[in-house]
Design a protein around this ligand. Structure first.
Ligand SMILES: N[C@@H](CCC(=O)N[C@@H](CS)C(=O)NCC(=O)O)C(=O)O
Length: 214
């Protein structure tokens, strides 16, 4: 199997990068420089017409969208139990978290950093940006309240966990938020980044990073 993984360091593709490392499947990391606009090259748009990372290509089949990428990887290595099997409620919880991240939390971030996606009107863009921080505070507090266990789904790691870490990194990084106000989430993040697969993912990012990407 030939696996190519298109990603950008520091982006939401970190979730897929950690998941890939957790599977142990061999893959070729393909770094895009989002600031330089690599995602809008005609070659990449041919793979993903939305011009976004993560994009996973498995034997020529293209898989886009974080939830689809994480689901594929979990099912590609069922023995790793990266998504719960045989427990419909736990599996629903996994998709509850991930759907909220993709359609809620991540979209609020886009409202702040990429308001041009929503409107060309500059005054409206400013309004979108100004509304975002309090929405993010609310979302981050909800994450903190929900994280009652070691991992998002309980005592077992799943692909939900590196997806959570994406937002933690943005919070402590570009958003310059005081993440100590979310102690459970901080512990979760430390636990996640201590995993060998997460360490390898961070090394892959570091190896290609020439500047700080979003
Ligand atoms: N719904 C997509 C969102 C992907 C996305 O927006 N990725 C960002 C990086 S975190 C991106 O590629 N941005 C490039 C751009 O907007 O030009 C998913 O969940 O995978």
């Amino acid at each position: 199997v030939q696996i190519d993984f298109y990603f950008a360091p520091g982006s939401c593709a970190f979730a897929g990068l950690v998941a890939l490392e957790e599977t142990g499947l061999p893959y070729s990391p393909k770094r895009l420089d989002l600031a330089a606009g690599d995602q809008r090259s005609s070659a990449f748009l041919g793979l993903n017409p939305r011009g976004r990372v993560p994009t996973l290509v498995v034997d020529g089949k293209v898989i886009t969208e974080t939830i689809a990428v994480l689901t594929f990887l979990a099912n590609a290595r069922p023995e790793a139990e990266l998504l719960p099997s045989g427990d419909p409620l736990k599996l629903a919880r996994a998709y509850e978290w991930m759907s909220w991240f993709a359609s809620g939390v991540h979209v609020t971030i886009a409202q702040l950093w990429r308001s041009g996606r929503f409107t060309d009107n500059e005054a409206a863009q400013r309004e979108l940006q100004e509304a975002a921080p309090s929405l993010l505070q609310k979302a981050f507090s909800e994450i903190e309240a929900r994280l009652e266990t070691a991992w998002a789904l309980g005592d077992r790691f799943s692909v939900v966990d590196p997806y959570l870490a994406v937002f933690h990194r943005w919070g402590s990084g570009r958003l310059a938020m005081d993440m100590t106000q979310y102690p459970r989430w901080q512990r979760h993040f430390d636990r996640l980044t201590a995993r060998p697969a997460a360490q390898r993912a961070l090394n892959v990012e570091q190896a290609v990073r020439s500047k700080v990407d979003q």
